[in-house]
Design a protein around this ligand. Structure first.
Ligand code: TYD
Length: 384
C-alpha cells in the first residue's frame, strides 16, 4: 500500500557541478507499507551501482559524533574477544580501525573506500554483499563471531536474501549487530527526509522480527542510539536468551501503530503540513539572508519536495571538501565552504544536518548570540 509520495527526486547524495545538470537522474519517490510483513520500503530504488560506487561522497568519519559512536561500539564488541569480525559496509574504516587487521574482514562496494581501508592494512572485499561473497568468506576464513553493519542493511532492497546469507556466515553462537534509522522516530518527529533513494527500507522492529525469524535469526537485544536522527541497534543470533528490551521496543511500536496503515496516512498529512509551514516561513523571510547548514542527502529530499531553490535558501554550507563549490541535487542551490559562507551576513540557517543538532549548537554559540536563528523541520517547523 503506497502511503507517501515525495515527487520527482534526484539522487539524494548526487551533489553536482553545473556541467552535470543536464545529465541528472530523477525517480519517483514513493513509500510502500507491506501489509503482510509490515515492512516500509521504497517503491522504486535507482540501481545500486548508481548509488554506491567509487564517487560515494559520504564519509562516516566526517563528524566527531560519528567517530565517538563507532569507537564506543568497537570497544563494547572488543570486550567479548571475538576471534573474527566481519563488517558489511565499512565505508572509510571508522569502525574497523579499532581492531587488529587479523581480527576483522571488511566488505565495501564503494571503490574509493575499499582501496583506502586496504591501504590501512585491512582485508577489504570491494563488492556488494551477496550470497556469493558470504560463501567466499566462509571458505576463506571460516564462520564469523560478529557481523556488524551500520546504516547498511536499510540500503539493501533484497533484505530477506541478505539476512539469509548473514545467518549462514554467522557461527552458532555468533552475534549479528546492525543499526539503522528508526521508523518509529521518523513517524514521531515527522522527519520525512529519512525517506530517500539510499534507504530502501526504514525498519520497524515488528517487521525486522518477522524477516529475521524466517532466516533463523532471533532478535535478543535492542538499544536506541541518537545517531542519524535516532537509530535502533539490533542484536540477533541463533541461540541467545531474549532480553526485556525486545518486548519493550515492540510494545512501543504497537502503541504508536506501526502495524497499521492508518498511522502512515496520518503521517502523510503531517508531512504535507510541514511542507506548507516551511515554505511560508521561507517566503516570509525573503528579506533576510537565509542559508542551509549541511548539504545532506536528507535536505535534498526537503528542497525538492518543497521546491526550495536559491530564491528561498541563498546557498548551503558544508564542511565536506567534495561537496563544496558544487550544487545541491535537483534544485541546484550553490554549496560553499563554511570558511566562505558562514559569515556575519547570515540571519537564518535551515538545518540540513539536523541530526547533529547538539554538536552544531555547541559549536555555533556566536551565531545565536548575535541574533542568528536556526530553522528545523523536526517535530514541525521551529525556529531555534
Ligand atoms: P549526514 O548526517 O550523513 O547526512 P545524510 O546521511 O543525510 O547525507 O551528513 C552530514 C553532512 O553535514 C556532511 O556533509 C557534513 C555536514 N556537516 C557540516 O557541514 N557541519 C557540521 O557541523 C556537521 C556536524 C556536519
Amino acid at each position: 500500500m503506497i502511503f507517501l509520495e515525495l515527487g520527482r527526486q534526484p539522487l539524494a547524495n548526487g551533489f553536482l557541478t553545473k556541467s552535470q545538470f543536464s545529465e541528472e537522474i530523477f525517480y519517483d519517490l514513493k513509500m510502500n507499507f507491506d501489509e503482510e510483513t509490515k515492512l516500509v520500503s521504497l517503491v522504486e530504488q535507482p540501481s545500486k551501482e548508481i548509488l554506491f560506487n567509487e564517487n560515494y561522497p559520504y564519509h562516516s568519519s566526517c563528524s566527531a559524533t560519528m567517530r565517538k559512536h563507532f569507537k564506543d561500539i568497537a570497544n563494547e564488541i572488543n570486550k567479548f574477544n571475538p576471534k573474527l569480525i566481519l563488517e558489511i559496509g565499512s565505508n572509510d574504516g571508522v569502525f574497523i580501525r579499532h581492531f587488529d587487521p587479523k581480527q576483522i574482514i571488511a566488505v565495501e562496494p564503494c571503490g574509493n573506500f575499499a582501496s583506502f581501508t586496504r591501504d590501512l592494512g585491512y582485508q577489504t572485499y570491494n563488492e556488494f554483499w551477496t550470497n556469493d561473497i558470504a560463501q567466499k568468506i566462509v571458505e576463506n576464513h571460516g564462520k564469523v563471531d560478529v557481523v556488524y553493519a551500520a546504516n547498511c542493511m536499510c540500503h539493501i532492497m533484497d533484505i530477506e536474501a541478505t539476512f539469509k546469507s548473514i545467518s549462514e556466515v554467522l557461527s552458532p553462537d555468533g552475534v549479528f549487530i546492525f543499526e539503522d534509522p528508526s521508523l518509529q522516530e521518523v513517524l514521531e518527529t515527522i522527519t520525512y527526509d529519512q525517506f530517500y533513494d539510499e534507504h530502501a527500507h526504514l525498519f520497524s522492529i515488528i517487521a525486522l522480527k518477522k524477516l529475521l525469524e524466517r532466516n533463523e535469526l532471533k532478535i535478543f537485544k535492542i538499544e536506541k542510539t541518537s545517531v542519524h536522527g535516532g537509530s535502533n541497534r539490533i542484536y540477533a543470533g541463533h541461540s541467545h536468551d531474549i532480553q526485556e528490551s525486545v518486548d519493550y521496543f515492540i510494545w512501543k511500536e504497537l502503541e504508536t501503530g506501526l502495524q497499521d496503515i492508518e498511522t502512515y496516512y496520518k503521517f502523510t498529512q503531517q508531512v504535507q503540513k510541514s511542507k506548507n509551514d516551511l515554505i511560508s516561513l521561507l517566503e516570509k523571510s525573503k528579506d533576510k539572508c537565509v542559508i542551509g547548514y549541511g548539504a545532506t542527502s536528507k535536505s535534498t529530499i526537503i528542497y525538492n519536495y518543497c521546491n526550495i531553490d536559491s530564491n528561498l535558501v541563498k546557498y548551503v554550507i558544508d564542511t565536506t571538501p567534495d561537496k563544496q563549490n558544487k550544487y545541491t541535487p535537483g534544485t541546484h542551490i550553490p554549496i560553499l565552504s563554511p570558511e566562505i559562507g558562514w559569515n556575519d551576513s547570515v540571519d537564518m540557517a535551515f538545518l540540513g544536518a539536523w541530526n547533529y543538532l547538539d554538536e552544531i549548537l555547541s559549536k555555533e554559540i556566536n551565531f545565536r548570540s548575535r541574533g542568528g536563528k536556526f530553522i528545523t523541520h523536526k517535530n514541525g517547523i521551529f525556529i531555534i
